[in-house]
Ligand binder design. Structure first.
Ligand SMILES: [Fe+2]
Ligand SMILES: [Fe+2]
Length: 289
């Protein structure tokens, strides 16, 4: 399904994605309460509310299983990290070329912030790749299946997920087995055994599995699982190991994802040699997507 998006579709996709990014940043950076951001942001950003409605209505267990099957086969071709980043870079917002960062600049802001703080090289590499899964957009996936908060499917939705009322029209609400606390899962079965709503996080973590350490894969797979890493939901499905990894990895990465935006525009040419070496350390020349 290698759909080519029209310029209008690309512009819309970028707009929704940026609105969501800004929404998440505003919501957690400012430490707003659920009520505060709901009262303010839902009105201020109707596009975001509509995005969450589509996301919550369409992310069913069946949908997720289909997407896992489709994309975990890694049949979208081989690309180097730079090639994947260049490909993602074709998502350009034409409406405001002066202020908007390209996707590559955006990735570099995150990874440079991680590097500046002296974190290990694998974490710098992880920060650079963390949003490359958004190429799903360019495969023709709708926004609600690419970005947004992620959450387990096949069990009851937490009230801590943003806009929980939008789950009312999700067909899985009519399947009693999926609406119990544990649903199709066992208590503390570990998140590895849990199907997460489909998006760039799960896809990218799967692509990166052979190359990056476990902490990195946790950072990638759960970076949008705000209900768990910010609100503490879903502990009843998590193993002890998951909880440790959330403390040591997922929560460590989140500030870089949220707060590195708006920093100085990275000088891509100047720092490229560092990244060439970094990628050569962790990745083969081309990897399967
Ligand atoms: Fe992301
Ligand atoms: Fe991000």
């Amino acid at each position: 399904m290698n759909t080519t998006l029209s310029p209008v579709e690309v512009a819309q996709a970028v707009q929704t994605e940026e609105q969501w990014d800004n929404f998440v940043t505003g919501r957690y950076k400012a430490g707003k309460s659920e009520a505060e951001f709901r009262n303010y942001d839902a009105k201020a950003l109707p596009g975001v509310a509509e995005f969450y409605r589509l996301n919550h209505e369409n992310q069913t267990l069946d949908f997720v299983l289909r997407k896992e099957k489709e994309y975990y086969a890694l049949v979208k071709g081989e690309k180097s990290i730079w090639e994947a980043a260049e490909f993602l870079n074709t998502l350009v917002d034409d409406s405001d070329p002066d202020t908007d960062l390209t996707q590559i600049e955006h990735l570099l802001q995150t990874s440079e912030a991680v590097r500046c703080d002296g974190h290990p090289r694998w974490m710098v590499a992880t920060a650079f790749v963390h949003d490359l899964g958004k190429v799903l957009c360019l495969y023709g996936e709708p926004q609600w299946a690419v970005v947004g908060d992620t959450f387990p499917v096949g069990c009851a939705y937490s009230e801590k997920i943003v806009f929980p009322e939008y789950f009312a029209n999700n067909p899985d609400m009519q399947v009693p087995e999926y609406q119990t606390m544990y649903g199709i899962y066992e208590p503390h079965c570990g998140l590895d055994n849990v199907h997460m709503s489909w998006g760039h996080d799960a896809y990218l973590a799967h692509v990166m599995k052979p190359y990056l350490p476990e902490e990195a894969l946790y950072m990638l797979r759960y970076h949008s699982f705000y209900a768990a890493h910010q609100q503490g939901a879903y502990k009843h499905l998590m193993s002890k190991h998951d909880e440790e990894m959330f403390d040591q990895a997922v929560r460590k990465f989140n500030p870089y994802d949220l707060y590195s935006k708006g920093q100085a525009r990275p000088d891509v040419a100047a720092i490229k040699p560092y990244y060439d070496e970094l990628f050569a350390e962790f990745f083969p020349g081309r990897i399967a997507w």
